[in-house]
Design a protein around this ligand. Structure first.
Ligand SMILES: *Cc1c(COP(=O)(O)O)cnc(C)c1O
Length: 401
């Protein structure tokens, strides 16, 4: 039990669908196909020496759930396998994962280059909390390699990229940015929440660290808030684990169990959602009341070719703006029924939301405008419902706009 043993050997060499079902599943005494949930805060030592050995790192065993827990580890191992990293660290939310990753890599005086179009709280974290600790930042258009290159300073230690970006769906060239980062003694950290490991594995394109909000497609059922950090190199992992242990933003065993359960159907869910998203994006692009549409699967996407190079699919996120701007967008959002008016994304249910007043409100108008997050931008997260039903819902709402 204490040394990790996968039931399926050599899982890292198997296909993605097999990994999703079997990765992280451990042997257990009862032979349970689904491992038990270790809903415990602490673990009993055999004697004083045993406890001392575990604390000094001599023995291999569990001490306290903030430090390690078998159920959390099972989920972490599964995600490390799916993303192709050495190790993963489960966190209490996507934001906890991003904060812990940045806090592990940066100190006062360091500089971070970040995509200007990112999840709103990520931008705010870097520009306020991290800045308060003397960590400098440049928010740039990371789809432009020249802009990334000229933002890099001698003190740059991290380039943080979200691709496709939330909510503009701007795509950044991961191989190109990894090259810039590594030539400047910096690491590339990628928020892979939008695509997930089925459709994009940033480590294969030079990323050193991958972060995710587990809340989104990896769990996929809108019933967990969680995050994860995936570390490419085993040598870097202990430092991240220590930092997470000090900061304390860990995920709990039950949520880990739910995420692990969700992972098994991840390839099925995300591919089905993407199958729905493409015809919806095409429908919107042709609709006379729609001004513009951004979807990585549309050839009209400005970075369509870069997307094809680094992604195995196009995801289920669509952004668009109606010809009638914000007012028309509000009418649409207030009149859909199947698309739920809610933030979050990547779940089985389709969602619609308004970034300028919701997920990206904390960024402020000026930064939003700089990042092309217009007031009229409406964001869809397409789920796995029946396509005709989804289309009919959008169509009826657009009739009223
Ligand atoms: C939701 C989201 C986050 C934050 O995750 P939480 O689990 O809500 O903390 C970070 N990045 C992206 C791209 C997201 O969509």
């Amino acid at each position: 039990m204490k040394n990790w043993r996968f039931i399926v050997k050599n899982i890292r060499e198997m296909g993605l669908e097999t990994k999703a079902v079997h990765a992280g599943i451990e042997e257990n005494e009862a032979g349970a196909v689904v491992p038990p949930i270790y809903q415990t805060s602490t673990f009993k030592f055999e004697n004083v020496q045993h406890g001392a050995d575990l604390f000094s790192g001599k023995g291999d065993g569990y001490i306290y759930t903030r430090m390690r827990n078998p159920t959390v580890e099972a989920m972490e191992n599964a995600i490390a396998v799916l993303e192709g990293g050495a190790h993963a660290l489960g966190c209490g939310s996507g934001m906890a994962a991003i904060h812990t990753a940045l806090a592990s890599l940066l100190k006062t005086g360091d500089h971070v280059v970040c995509s200007e179009s990112v999840y709103g709280p990520t931008s705010t974290l870097i520009r306020t909390v991290m800045a308060n600790f003397g960590i400098e930042n440049s928010m740039v258009d990371t789809s432009n390699l020249d802009a990334v290159r000229s933002a890099v300073r001698p003190s740059t230690r991290v380039i943080f990229v979200e691709t496709p970006a939330n909510p503009t769906l701007v795509i950044s060239d991961l191989d190109g940015i990894a090259e810039i980062a590594h030539a400047n003694d910096a690491l590339l950290v990628v928020d892979n929440t939008f695509m997930g490991p089925v459709m994009q594995r940033p480590i294969e394109h030079g990323a050193d660290i991958v972060v995710h909000s587990l809340t989104k497609s990896l769990n996929g059922h809108a019933d967990v808030v969680g995050g994860v950090i995936v570390v490419k190199d085993a040598e870097r992992y202990p430092h991240f684990r220590t930092t997470l242990n000090q900061i304390g933003g860990v995920i709990d065993p039950f949520n880990s169990f739910l995420v692990h359960r969700g992972l098994k159907t991840l390839p099925l869910r995300v591919r089905r959602a993407a199958e729905n998203a493409l015809p919806i994006a095409e429908y919107l692009e042709k609709h006379p009341k729609v001004q513009w549409v951004r979807y990585p699967g549309l050839p009209s996407h400005p970075q369509y070719e870069i997307g094809r190079k680094q992604m195995d699919g196009h995801g289920a996120m669509i952004s668009f703006e109606l010809a009638g701007g914000l007012e028309a967008g509000k009418t649409m959002m207030n009149n859909v029924h199947l698309f739920l008016l809610a933030v979050s994304l990547g779940g089985v249910e389709s969602l619609i939301q308004h970034p300028a007043s919701m997920t990206h409100a904390t960024m402020g108008k000026e930064l939003r405008e700089q990042a092309n997050i217009t007031d009229g931008l409406v964001r869809l997260s397409v789920g796995i419902e029946n396509l005709e039903d989804l289309m009919a819902d959008l169509d009826a709402a657009l009739d009223l706009c």
